[in-house]
Design a protein around this ligand. Structure first.
Ligand SMILES: Nc1ncnc2c1ncn2[C@@H]1O[C@H](COP(=O)(O)OP(=O)(O)OP(=O)(O)O)[C@@H](O)[C@H]1O
Length: 751
């Protein structure tokens, strides 16, 4: 949340000098310091206080003014929470000497610092920053050294000035610090000349904030930069919030209009807009293609993906003689002790006889069983081993690559097939900002099977398919009725529109021999129907009708019942369509944490923003961890905590399935509590028991594929609670499912 600007804090402050750093995190500029107070707006009974907050890293003896308030910490007692910290340049001889010798200025030790102060007096800092030539007059300082000192002085000075400048626009300290971090010495110049650059480079600055600053710095309403920033912002919004790969000109204008209102029309008439868009296209800041507008990265990803799919489709595969295939399938059935149904056999034979195929089907239709069959059939026909042990200590790569977008889905695949499976990111050697595997360094093996393909966005799909080597067959597996990817595109859906791609759809339900009422409910909802027996208790599902204000207590009660029956935290998952509100993910997490893992003497905890992580808490990894193989959507529990750890030491450990991962304080933003999570975060996972509130207050988010995805996460028991109308409304709603993409046409066109 944006913090209020300088003026609001003026009436309460502490002024003093920092005497000791207790903790400082360079990444988010959060620090804890001991301050010797020189001046305060109230009487204090001590002259040394602990100050916490975000600030440019102070150094010993630096004079600062902290604006904020007192808070009582359960463990550390009374602390001053600074909303904003302003630095003052030191003024006394002694303080200036210490400042110069503090290590901030390369090559300046105590002796040199003393010489500078002796020569320029206590105003040495301002004098030298204004006129670097003066430093060169200090005896013993070479010109080069004088120059370096002046430059770092000016930089420190200008960062402080830049912060104060940003505060004037009502920008909160957290965002202001990020701006300064992004542009360093050039901050003032950027903000004055083109504040719109902040949108791309500073997280938390959107078009409106940048536009407000542009108004206050006197930038013209019809400045080209304004229109161009609005166009890029509208394009990003279209892809990140609505999943479009491109927008038509009319859609683009529709996105831009509210950003420029009310003076958009007057400042940017149609002709001028056209010229500005053309200029952006020339500069490759966006791509125009047949009247459609793309972000460049999306244009190249979609075209790259289409081209490679086309190329794989065109690879010829020698068909296996029918009798041989028939016998091989029989051998596999015997080996696996499964009598495959006709359609399942067709899926297996299509997979081994095609260069590219898609296998689809709803829950319980046997997709995983068929994946296992495909692997064995492939190995049988290719006469290769699929025993991982046979590949240990050899140069030969394992012939089959099984991958899924999430760690949990990969784990399920591995358990079901008895073969290694990994996340796509791991297979592609993701290194935080790039993938090691690409067209020049392809993955190894002869068959690639990708599960949960509905979760793949255009960027990741392109990255994966471009790393497929010549000769490798590709089988994509997924359920097109599930939620589409969080990122742009609807890859599985659009691939299914390509008539040439061989595909098999499984429709018969096998799970629990078709007796599962969860699966039947899922298949009914998929068709937009709400079964008449929805609220009747079933052996594997219940619907508790309730009002919004009763939902939370039903969730707590059912969760508690499940725990009492011996289910673990990881067997039971609450899912909600929204984060906010009393029955939103955040509220449910707080209440469940209190219910199943309350504070206790001796139980350690650590707070991070609004969240408290406590020993034993169930937690969710929110992004792919760059250092450890843990991925977005992985769940674990807090196994250890060291809240007093020094900077750069881990403060919290999470035990995931196979490993314990340490987190530094600065990495805690990768975690959230996981008693409840959004349906998107649960995609690709299954749980014994799912508790899913459905309320009219979620109306905006309720969509057929969201409800369908949520309830199909339940393996053994599904508990729905809320309003039946909300479910009925949700399954009728499919508006948000349309996503602009050219993928189908691009694959089908002649290359
Ligand atoms: N031909 C078959 N004969 C008997 N049982 C089968 C057959 N095919 C699948 N099954 C059984 O049906 C159940 C569901 O199969 P599977 O897990 O492969 O489906 P799925 O489509 O992957 O489902 P989900 O997506 O819900 O995990 C499993 O218990 C499996 O053993």
């Amino acid at each position: 949340m944006e913090q209020p600007g300088l003026d609001l804090f003026q009436n309460h402050y502490l002024k003093g000098s920092f005497v000791q750093e207790i903790y400082y995190n360079e990444e988010n500029q959060y620090g804890v310091f001991l301050l010797r107070v020189m001046e305060a707006t109230e009487d204090l009974d001590t002259d040394e206080v602990t100050v916490v907050g975000r600030m440019m890293r102070p150094h010993p003896d630096e004079t600062v003014i902290c604006y904020g308030e007192w808070k009582e910490h359960p463990r550390y007692g009374k602390q001053y929470h600074a909303e904003m910290v302003k630095k003052e340049l030191p003024r006394s001889r002694e303080a200036v000497t210490k400042y110069l010798a503090s290590g901030l200025f390369p090559g300046v030790g105590k002796k040199t610092a003393e010489k500078i102060v002796e020569h320029l007096g206590p105003d040495a800092l301002t004098k030298a920053a204004d006129d670097p030539g003066l430093l060169a007059e200090v005896p013993g300082l070479t010109d080069a050294r004088a120059q370096t000192i002046a430059e770092s002085l000016r930089e420190h000075h200008s960062l402080e000035q830049a912060l104060v400048y940003l505060y004037q626009f009502g920008m909160g300290p957290a965002t202001a610090l990020k701006v300064v971090q992004a542009f360093k010495g050039a901050t003032l110049e950027v903000v004055k000349n083109n504040p719109y650059r902040m949108i791309d480079e500073v997280e938390g600055v959107g078009f409106r904030r940048a536009d407000e600053i542009a108004r206050q710095t006197g930038m013209a309403l019809d400045a080209p930069e304004r229109f161009q920033a609005a166009a890029l912002y509208a394009l990003q919004e279209a892809s990140l919030s609505h999943g479009h790969v491109y927008v038509s000109e009319a859609e683009l204008m529709g996105g831009i209009e509210p950003l420029l209102a009310p003076d958009g029309e007057a400042c940017f008439p149609a002709e001028k807009r056209k010229i500005l868009l053309m200029k952006m296209a020339e500069e490759e800041r966006l791509i125009e293609d047949h009247g459609n507008y793309y972000l460049p990265s999306l244009f190249w990803a979609e075209h790259g993906l289409a081209m490679r799919v086309r190329e794989i489709l065109e690879r010829s595969v020698e068909p296996t003689p029918a009798h041989e295939l028939f016998k091989a399938v029989g051998d596999v059935e015997e080996k696996l002790k499964v009598a495959y149904a006709e359609r399942q056999r067709e899926a297996m034979t299509t997979a081994v006889d095609s260069s590219f195929m898609i296998l689809t089907g709803g829950p319980g239709t046997g997709k995983t069983t068929v994946i296992r069959g495909i692997c064995h059939l492939f190995a049988h026909l290719e006469e290769c081993s699929i025993d991982p042990g046979d590949y240990e200590n050899t140069e030969n790569p394992f012939p089959i690559r099984l991958v899924a977008p999430t760690g949990r889905a990969a784990k399920r695949m591995s358990e079901a097939t008895g073969m290694p499976a990994t996340t796509i990111h791991r297979l592609l050697g993701w290194r935080g900002d790039f993938f090691e595997r690409d067209a020049d360094h392809p993955i190894e093996g002869s068959l690639l099977i990708v599960d949960e393909v509905s979760m793949l966005d255009v960027w990741l799909a392109n990255q994966l398919i471009r790393a497929v080597p010549k000769g490798m067959k590709v089988v994509l597996v997924g359920d097109d009725d599930q939620l589409p990817s969080v990122g742009p595109g609807k890859v599985l859906h659009h691939l299914l529109q390509v008539k040439e791609i061989p595909r098999v759809e499984l429709t018969d339900i096998y799970r629990q021999e078709g007796g599962s009422s969860i699966i039947h409910l899922a298949h009914a909802l998929k068709k937009g129907e709400v079964p008449t027996d929805l609220t009747e208790p079933k052996p594997d599902r219940r619907f508790f009708p309730c009002q919004r204000n009763q939902a939370l207590s039903i969730i707590l009660q059912t969760y508690r019942n499940a725990m009492d029956r011996g289910y673990t935290l990881f067997d039971v998952q609450v899912m909600a369509p929204m984060y906010k509100g009393p029955a939103g993910v955040n509220g449910i997490n707080e209440a469940l944490q209190q219910e199943v893992n309350p504070p206790k003497d001796g139980k350690r905890e650590i707070s991070w923003g609004e969240t408290i992580f406590r020993q034993g808490d169930k937690v969710l990894q929110l992004s792919n961890h760059p250092e450890h193989p843990v991925y977005n959507g992985d769940m674990g529990h807090v196994s250890a905590l060291e809240p007093d750890a020094r900077q750069d030491d881990p403060v919290l450990w999470v035990q995931f399935d196979r490993q314990e991962v340490p987190y530094k304080r600065s990495q805690l933003n990768q975690l959230s509590l996981a008693y409840a999570c959004s349906v998107h975060k649960a995609q690709g996972s299954e749980f014994e028991i799912v508790i899913f509130p459905l309320l009219m207050s979620y109306r905006r988010m309720l969509q057929r594929n969201l409800i369908y995805t949520g309830i199909t996460r339940a393996k053994s028991y599904l508990i729905l609670c809320g309003e039946t109308d909300a479910l009925a409304l949700g399954v009728k709603s499919r508006d948000k499912e349309v996503r602009n993409s050219q993928l189908t046409d691009l694959i089908e066109m002649e290359w």
